[in-house]
Design a protein around this ligand. Structure first.
Ligand code: DGJ
Length: 744
C-alpha cells in the first residue's frame, strides 16, 4: 500500500520508493499540505509547522480568535478564492449570485487500486505497476461546488500524478475563470525555478532564476504548448546540481494554453500552481456539469537534476507513451524536406529513395507539398488529395515503387490547418477560427480549423482514416505550423467563447485517439514547426516528436540538452542534414552531424545524391552503428556531462545501460583551442567494481577509474570534430585493482 490514511487524524501519506507526500484535512476541513520530500513513511510531519499572527493576513470566520491561522500563510493543497489566501490561487469563479467566493473544505475521500483516468484528456497510466488513486473531495457549502482532487501514486517510479475536477452541484450556473491542476506549497527553503524558454529553431533552453517575491508566470496563450515556453518546470535548491541536491519537477500532460506560476511569499514559503492558462479562459458550468483539468506530474529527488530527468524520461516513456512503437526500435528514415522542399515529383523521390536504400536507410518520408495545389506554403492546406499532376503518378503507385525498393513509406500531414486558397476553405469558410466582422490574423499564410467543432473533427477523422486505410503508410508526421488567434467558434454561444481554446484541444485529442487506436501499426511523429508542441500530452499519442526545425548539430546540442531535462531520448526526432546547414550556414563534419542525431530517433534529411563517394561510405557505416546502439540509447540512462549553454570548449553526454554493462560517451568540440588544454570528462552510471573495455583501442579501465578519475581525450582540432567511445563491461575488478576477465 503506497497510500496510508490515518482516519482519526485525517492524515494522508503518499509513499513512493524514495519520497513521501503528506497532507491533512484539519478539524476545520481545510486540506493543508504538510510535507513533500525524502521518504519519511507516515510519520506525522506537523511538528515542523510554526505560524504566528501575520499582519494583514486574515483569519477564517470560525478562527478569528486564533490569529495565527490564516489561509494566506498556511501550506494548502488546493485553494479556493475570495477568502483570504492572496498568493496565486487554484480556482477563480463566479457563483450564480455573482460572488467570487469558493471556500473549499474537506467532505470525504476514497481510495482505489490503479490509476484514475481523465475523460477526453491524455494522462499517465499504470503500466502493470502498483499504482493507487486517492480522491479527496472539497466542497463549498454555499454554492455546492465540489472540487475532487485526484492523486495517482506510482510507487516504483517516484511519481505522483495530480488532477482536479470541478463540479457544479448547485442549482445555478457558475463561470469558471481558473481551474488549476494542482498546487505545491513548499513551506521552507529558498528555491530556484528552472524553466525552458525558447523560440522557433531554439526550443527548450533551460533558464534558472531564484523564485522571487513576485509571481513568475511561465505560460502559453498560443493554443499550443509552444516553442517559447514548455509545460515543465523544476524547483531546485540553489546548491542543486546534476548529481546532488533536492529538486521537484512539475510536468503538465497538456499541449494547449498552460500556466505555471511560482512565487516566494511574504513568509518565505514557495508556491507553485500549474494548469490550463486562465487567459481567455472561461468555462460555463451548468448545474450537474463538471470540468476536468489536465494532469500534472510531480516528482522529487534529493539526488540532483540527472536523477530527476531520468525519472521523467523513464516515466514518460513507460507510463505516457503508448502503442507498439513505445519500446520497439524505430526505422532509420530519409525525409525529403530539406532535400527538395516543395520542388519534387515521383522521379525525384524515387531517386532519393534508391540512393537511401543503397546506404541502409529503411523508410522514405514524403514531406509537405504532395497534395492539393501546394508548390509553396501559401495554398493547398485542407485539400488532402494527392496532386497527381505534380507527382506524375497516383499515391498508391508511388508507395508501391518505394516499397518495391525495400523501403517503408511515411507521409507528412498538417490536418489542423487550412489555406484560404483551398477548396476546403471555399466550401467551409466557417470551419476556420475567425471572428465575425474582423479580418483574421494569418500565420504562414494559413488559418486554423475550429477543432472545437465536432463536425470538423469528424471530417478530419474521415479524411485521414481514409488516407491510412487505403495506402500502405507506415509513418505519419503530424505538423502544426501556426499558433491560434481569432479564437472564436461559430458553433458556441457568447457565454461559451472562453471555452474554445480548451475545446480545440479536446477535439484534437479525440481525433488523435481515434486515429492512433485504429492504426496502431502506424508510427506517428508529432511536429509543430519543429518542437513547438513537445510535451507529455502529445507523447501520449505520438511516441516521437520532431525536436526542432534547426538541424544544425551545434545548435542542436543545446536544444537536445534542454529537451533531455524532461523528455525521453527516444522521443526526440533528430536528423543528419546538409552542410552548410540550411538554418545557420555553418559547415560541420558528417560524423558530427550523425553523432548528434544519434541521440534520438535517427534519420537523414538531405539530398543523398549530392554526397561524395566517401560521404556515402560513411553513411553506410553510420546506420549499422546506430542500430547496434539504438537499444542502449533508447533504454539506457542518459547523462549530461557538460552544459552547452555555459561551456564553450566541448559538449559531452553519455548513455549507460541500466545494468551498467555498456556505455556510450559522445563528445563534440564546439570551439577548438590554439595551445589547447586537455579535454577531460568523468563518466557516469558505470559499475565501480566492473572492468570496461573500450571498443577500438581495446584499453581496459575499471568503472571506478572512469567515473572518479575520468577519461582524457587526445586533442581534437578542426571544425567541430566529435567522438563516440563505446565501453563494454567485461568482468570485475580484483581486490588489487587488476582485471579478472579482461586484459590490460
Ligand atoms: C515544419 C516542419 O517542422 C518541417 O520539418 C517541415 O515538415 C515543414 N513544416 C513543412 O512545411
Amino acid at each position: 500500500m503506497c497510500i496510508e490514511i490515518d482516519n482519526k487524524k485525517r492524515l494522508f501519506s503518499l509513499n513512493t520508493k524514495h519520497t513521501t507526500y503528506q497532507m491533512v484535512a484539519d478539524s476545520h476541513g481545510f486540506l493543508r499540505h504538510i510535507y513533500y520530500g525524502r521518504k519519511i513513511g507516515s510519520f506525522d510531519m506537523r511538528y515542523r509547522e510554526y505560524y504566528s499572527d501575520c499582519g494583514f493576513s486574515p483569519n477564517p470566520y470560525e478562527l478569528q480568535t486564533q490569529r495565527d491561522f490564516s489561509l494566506d500563510t498556511r501550506s494548502m493543497e488546493y485553494t479556493g478564492c475570495g477568502i483570504g489566501d492572496f498568493r496565486p490561487g487554484c480556482v477563480r469563479l463566479t457563483n450564480g449570485d455573482g460572488s467570487f467566493s469558493a471556500d473549499l473544505r474537506y467532505v470525504g475521500h476514497s481510495l482505489r487500486e490503479g490509476k484514475y483516468r481523465i475523460p477526453g484528456l491524455p494522462a499517465s497510466y499504470d503500466n502493470g505497476g502498483q499504482c493507487q488513486t486517492l480522491c479527496i473531495d472539497l466542497k463549498d457549502d454555499v454554492s455546492d461546488v465540489i472540487v475532487s482532487l485526484y492523486y495517482g501514486v506510482f510507487p516504483e517510479q517516484d511519481m505522483i500524478a495530480r488532477s482536479a475536477v470541478v463540479k457544479n452541484c448547485g442549482k445555478q450556473p457558475i463561470q469558471l475563470y481558473k481551474a488549476a491542476s494542482a498546487c505545491l506549497d513548499l513551506p521552507f527553503g529558498t528555491w530556484d525555478l528552472i524553466h525552458f524558454q525558447g523560440r522557433h529553431c531554439m526550443e527548450r533552453m533551460p533558464e534558472r532564476t531564484p523564485v522571487p517575491h513576485a509571481t513568475v508566470n511561465i505560460s502559453s496563450g498560443r493554443g499550443a504548448s509552444s516553442h517559447q515556453h514548455n509545460p515543465f518546470a523544476i524547483l531546485a535548491a540553489p546548491e542543486t546540481g546534476e548529481d546532488n541536491g533536492p529538486c521537484y519537477g512539475a510536468m503538465l500532460v497538456y499541449s494547449g494554453n498552460f500556466k505555471i506560476e511560482a512565487e516566494c511569499s511574504q513568509m518565505q514559503s514557495t508556491r507553485l500552481v500549474a494548469g490550463i492558462s486562465d487567459e481567455q479562459f472561461c468555462w460555463h458550468l451548468e448545474p450537474g456539469e463538471s470540468f476536468y483539468t489536465p494532469e500534472l506530474l510531480l516528482s522529487y529527488t534529493d539526488r540532483g537534476l540527472t536523477a530527476l530527468s531520468q525519472c521523467y524520461q523513464d516515466f514518460v516513456a513507460e507510463n505516457i507513451c503508448r502503442g507498439p512503437y513505445k519500446d520497439g526500435s524505430r526505422p532509420v528514415l530519409i525525409n525529403n524536406w530539406e532535400a527538395t522542399y516543395f520542388d519534387f515529383n515521383a522521379e525525384t523521390l524515387c531517386g532519393i529513395a534508391r540512393q537511401a536504400r543503397n546506404l541502409g536507410v529503411e523508410m522514405l518520408v514524403l514531406d509537405d507539398g504532395w497534395f492539393g495545389q501546394r508548390d509553396d506554403d501559401t495554398s493547398g492546406l485542407g485539400d488532402w488529395f494527392v496532386n497527381e499532376q505534380k507527382l506524375g503518378c497516383t499515391l498508391p503507385r508511388l508507395i508501391d515503387r518505394i516499397r518495391k525498393m525495400g523501403l517503408k513509406f511515411g507521409i507528412w500531414v498538417e490536418p489542423e490547418m487550412v489555406s484560404q486558397n483551398s477548396q476546403l476553405y471555399r466550401q467551409h469558410p466557417d470551419w476556420a477560427l475567425t471572428v465575425p466582422g474582423r479580418n483574421p490574423t494569418v500565420g504562414r499564410g494559413q488559418l486554423v480549423l475550429d477543432l472545437s467543432r465536432k463536425d470538423v473533427v469528424d471530417y478530419l477523422y474521415a479524411t485521414f482514416s481514409q488516407l491510412l486505410r487505403s495506402n500502405a503508410i507506415a509513418y505519419v508526421k503530424w505538423d502544426m505550423n501556426r499558433h491560434l488567434t481569432d479564437v472564436f467558434s461559430r458553433e458556441l454561444p457568447p457565454q461559451r467563447q472562453g471555452e474554445v481554446f480548451h475545446r480545440y484541444m479536446l477535439g484534437l485529442y479525440d481525433l488523435l485517439e481515434r486515429l492512433t487506436q485504429e492504426f496502431p501499426q502506424v508510427l506517428f511523429e508529432g511536429c509543430s514547426g519543429g518542437g513547438g508542441r513537445f510535451d507529455a500530452g502529445m507523447l501520449y499519442y505520438f511516441p516521437q516528436i520532431w525536436c526542432s526545425d534547426d538541424t544544425d548539430p551545434i545548435e542542436r546540442l543545446k536544444i537536445q540538452y534542454g529537451t533531455s531535462f524532461g523528455y525521453p531520448i527516444r522521443s526526440v526526432g533528430s536528423h543528419v542534414s546538409a552542410s552548410p546547414n540550411h538554418q545557420t550556414g555553418r559547415k560541420t563534419p558528417l560524423n558530427t552531424r550523425a553523432v548528434v542525431a544519434m541521440s534520438g530517433t535517427f534519420g537523414y534529411e538531405l539530398d543523398l545524391q549530392l554526397l561524395s563517394a566517401e560521404e556515402k561510405e560513411e553513411i553506410r557505416r553510420q546506420i549499422p552503428k546506430y542500430k547496434r546502439w539504438q537499444s542502449l540509447i533508447f533504454h539506457g540512462n542518459y547523462y549530461r556531462l557538460t552544459n552547452p549553454l555555459r561551456d564553450d570548449y566541448f559538449t559531452a553526454w553519455q548513455f549507460a545501460a541500466k545494468d551498467g554493462t555498456q556505455a556510450l560517451l559522445n563528445l563534440v568540440v564546439t570551439a577548438p583551442k590554439a595551445n589547447p588544454y586537455p579535454i577531460h570528462v568523468t563518466l557516469k552510471g558505470l559499475d565501480p567494481e566492473g572492468m570496461y573495455r573500450e571498443e577500438g583501442s581495446g584499453m581496459v579501465y575499471s568503472g571506478a577509474a572512469l567515473m572518479y578519475g575520468g577519461y582524457t581525450l587526445p586533442i581534437l582540432l578542426g571544425d567541430y570534430p566529435s567522438v563516440q567511445l563505446y565501453f563494454e563491461k567485461i568482468g570485475f575488478q580484483d581486490g588489487d585493482g587488476a582485471s579478472r576477465n579482461g586484459n590490460h
